[in-house]
Design a protein around this ligand. Sequence first.
Ligand code: FO1
Length: 307
Amino acid sequence: MITVLAGGTGSVKLVRGLAARESDVRVISNVGDNYWLYGLYICPDIDTIVYGLADLLDPDRGWGVKKDTFNFLRQMEVFREETWFRIGDRDVATHLMRTNMLKNGENLSNITKWMCEKFAVGASVIPVTDNSVETRIITKEGELHLQEYWVKHRGRDPVEGIQYIGAEKARPNPEAINAIQDADTVIIAPGNPLTSIGPMLQIKGIKKELSRRKKDVVAVSPFIGNEAVTGPAAKYMQAAGIESNAYGLAKMYSDVCSTMVLDNKDRALAKKMRILEYRVLETKITMPNKQAEETLAAFIIKNAKTI
Ligand code: FO1
């Protein structure tokens, strides 16, 4: 059994590769970028993973449903509502159903299970907590929800800090704890370390359980050199005072992880990582197509247990 800690667009390709090769895959999903809009509860990371596994994810954007239309949003424009967050017509049905179930007293874990069933996803997708955790970005202009900072303001202002509101008190999902305890290998997907993986590591029970399994925890770097393969990870790492490369990541994950998968091009960083007592695996970490997703997944599964 393989357990993956995953965020959104940076993680879904590896999750898909693992699910194609393994029969029991459990995906612990970040909830820090969940967002309320028009009275709807939107869970981008959960949805990206579920759509990705259901082969419904838009491949160009990396979020939302492929070939979706935007009539709902056009009507919201008519109502003079803000429409900077591009919710598609099919996507909105997911948010409507989820919000309705929440209002009827269902928790996010069960709603996500329902979603996996409806989209015929075989892997388990487990929200890291059913409590509210909110990633907020601090800039000199003030504090913004991650979606407002990144999508509405297009990441315009320098990041001065990151906060995970609610993480401290959040109760880890018992199924997430079981998934970490029972896994042969736990993989930290190449998601944004501060906004996709970071909020989960701030939940005490999750961090404690991962550190207990440290020798079986493998992280996949989202960096090549000082740049993230996709997205704004480098910017957030610099803001947090962490080197924006695989070595900075290794230091950040050193309490919870003992194996780092990095790109062949980052071979020069391996020696420094070994000083931190990491086992280092070098391969090609970019996943431009489904074949590459499976190849990386197979590489990790094969090498995870060769100590
Ligand atoms: N990202 C954008 O850059 N622009 C959008 O308009 C946008 C809409 C959106 C709608 C639903 C959804 O599930 C995700 C969406 N995302 C959008 C992606 C999202 O902002 C982030 O990439 C994730 O939260 C990070 O994991």
